[in-house]
Design a protein around this ligand. Sequence first.
Ligand code: GZL
Length: 357
Amino acid sequence: MKKLFALFLSLIMVLSLAACGSTPTQSAAPSTAPSAAPSAAQKLIKVGVAQVGHESDWRTASTKSIQTNLSKENGFDLQFVDCDNKPDKQLEAVRNFIQQQVDYIVIDPIVSTGWDTVLTEAQNAKIPVIVLDRTIDDSNKYVTWIGSEFTNEGLAAGAWLKDYAKAKNIDKLNILVIKGTTGSSAEIGRTKGFEKIAKENGWTILDQQDGQFTQEGGAKVMESYCKSYAGKFNVVVCQNDNEAFGAQDAMKAAGVTYGVNGKVILISFDACKAALKQVLEGKINADFQCNPLQGKVLADTIKKLKAGEKVPEKTYMPEPWYVSENILKSITYTNNAGKTVTEDLIQVTQAIADASY
Ligand code: GZL
């Protein structure tokens, strides 16, 4: 016992001599060793975000929400990549995040398939993946998803059109659809939901073509529709607002009237500020919101994961349904979970339009 104590004492002596051994110049020089308390940079949570692109007002709002909430001040070191609507570029961005050994990877998947291989690579690198907005449908190798129920958006649009046509005594609906990016979960869900209601009510969907969620895409498809289906259609469904803006340009050029006082009922999704102003003016009959402001939920979710807390498997964003006229107060339909729901319809006012994203 005594030997051990002596050894302990001599160790203490050796250590205290070493600490005093530095020459004045050395002690005067700033230490290059990491300081005891890690610097702020070492505490930041490094997050790689692979964003779809910059195709729409919705996307602009989504990017702003992510960048505002995953800021340095909020404790994040954000590596943000705009994948320009190119699935290959998005896979490359995710692989680069794995190489950089980020703490978390966030993906808003351009298309819903082709993901299992790269998610396996992330899993092997022990980097948790969060899916935002759109869904990944061919792999479950991610920790959580935050977004919208796209099929319900399509079902709600169909349920509204059914009641609206009845209220306006329109018994024949000949519909043209401008779809979003083919294979994206937003397009798949909105198409699935709307088609279900169309089938149940015997509506005719004359055509459905991809407008890539852009104004240019919407205009191009609508221009072609105005030629191929001149005088044969009375409803146009655009799967986002930017396509609706393009469709309006093309219909105007073709002399086709639309909106509350026009020949063609115009339906849209997203409900961005510019579109709600058009709903207010009666140029869009109804707009089904998809909520892009997911940045705060994302930041909070990452911080919970970092703290070892459990997070829900899925988080759905709240999203209202907007209309131009106050003919209908609500809609009732069977949602994608098989539940019969009654949901309010909100008539757009200037204040509502101004407050939108
Ligand atoms: C939907 C989102 C879609 C929007 C479009 O959550 O992914 O992509 O509806 C956007 O505006 O381009």
